[in-house]
Structures are given as C-alpha cells and as structure tokens.
Design a protein around this ligand. Sequence first.
Ligand code: URA
Length: 233
Amino acid sequence: MTLLQAIQSQGVGSRKQCLALIERGHALIDGEVCLKPKQVVLPEQVSFYYDDELCVWQDRIVIMMHKPLGYECSAKPQHHPSVLDLLPSIYRARGVQPVGRLDVDTSGLLLLTDDGQLIHRLTHPKRHVPKTYQVTTCEPLNETQINALWQEIELNDEPRPVKAISVQQTASNELLLVIDEGRYHQVRRMLAAVGNSVDKLSRIQMGALPLPDDLPPGAWRSIEEADIGIELR
Ligand code: URA
C-alpha cells in the first residue's frame, strides 16, 4: 500500500485532497513527515494531521462513550448538541454513528462506530444484545410493580409485548433492568405501564461491556469488537 492509499482509506477526502494533505507535510510515517505519496507503507506506520489533530491510521473506529445528559444521538440534532460534537472532527468525517440511541435525558454507555455492518449486527432485533439500565423512579417501587415488570408488557403502538430479561430492585426508588430490545423510549414506557415513572436513567452495560467507573460523562475511548463480548460474525 502507498502512503496516498493509506491516507485515502481514512475517509478524509478525495484523492486530490489527500495528495494536498501529503504535500503540506501533514502525513507521517513512523512519526516522520513524508512528502512522497507513492512511498510504500504498512498502514499501521501512518499518521496524519486533520483539522490540526494528529490521527493514527485506523482500519475502522469502534468506541465507547459515557453519554452525558443533554446530548442527542443524532448527526442532525434538533434541540441539543450531538454526541458527535464530543469527538474529534475526523470521526464525523469518517461517518462514525451511534449504535442505537439513548434519549437526550438518558446518560451512560453508548457505542459508536464507522462500521455499518457492526451497527447492523448490534442493533438487529434477532441479535438480542442485553442492555442493563440503572433506573431511578419518581415513586418508591412496590411489589406489584416489580412483579409486573417481570411479565410481558403491552406498549402502545408496538406490535408485540416487551419483556425484561432481569429486574433487580436495589433501593426503594431504584432498580437494575435488563432488556434485549431497543424499542422507542422502552424503559420509560415500561415503567409508566406498571404505574411508576422514570426520574433518572443510565445505561451501565451492553453485552459483556460495562460502563467503566473511570470514564466520566462526555469521555470516550477506543475498544475492540471482542470487548462487547458477543458473537457478531
Ligand atoms: N429506554 C428509554 O426509555 N430511554 C433510553 O434512552 C433507553 C432505553
């Protein structure tokens, strides 16, 4: 592979733009500027500057973020900033998107990737990826409500009832709820259906991947697909 091909594979622009990037001295091989587009490289040796940020060559991008409250999981947000605003600009240029969505009022673990197939595999209903939510309710939970959460629940405008995988009350107003679907506002609607409502909602695990304690709201880091811990191929 040539330096030009390695840069072009990063989705940062047309062939002409990538050539210009190299001519400006913004491409590096093993940390040294290289001005030769035809230089043969191993892609792992390549880094480059994009919007003044140093980016290392990446085959694809898979990251986890601690989504903060007040951000929308959309590239074209309506009323709030986008979670993509929390990432370096090259990630948006490469088409990184959230894997599914969390509401603007929900915080917690959000995966993002530029790999469309990975998004498909993780969000396909047949895949049943378990997602754990920490729920704080507005009213104390009672036994009837907990029992009802274990049963199938009919939600308006949904073709089939939903059912929790696990319900664990952790305090009078708190529970851990595991679901393996991602219907619109599912957790809030499930709590409403059993006669309570959600005060705070945070996703703390997806598949085998927990939200790390040392990842504060707004922070993110790269992960490997294997970290998600489910068979995806
Ligand atoms: N369920 C909800 O109601 N909201 C979310 O953001 C995620 C799951």
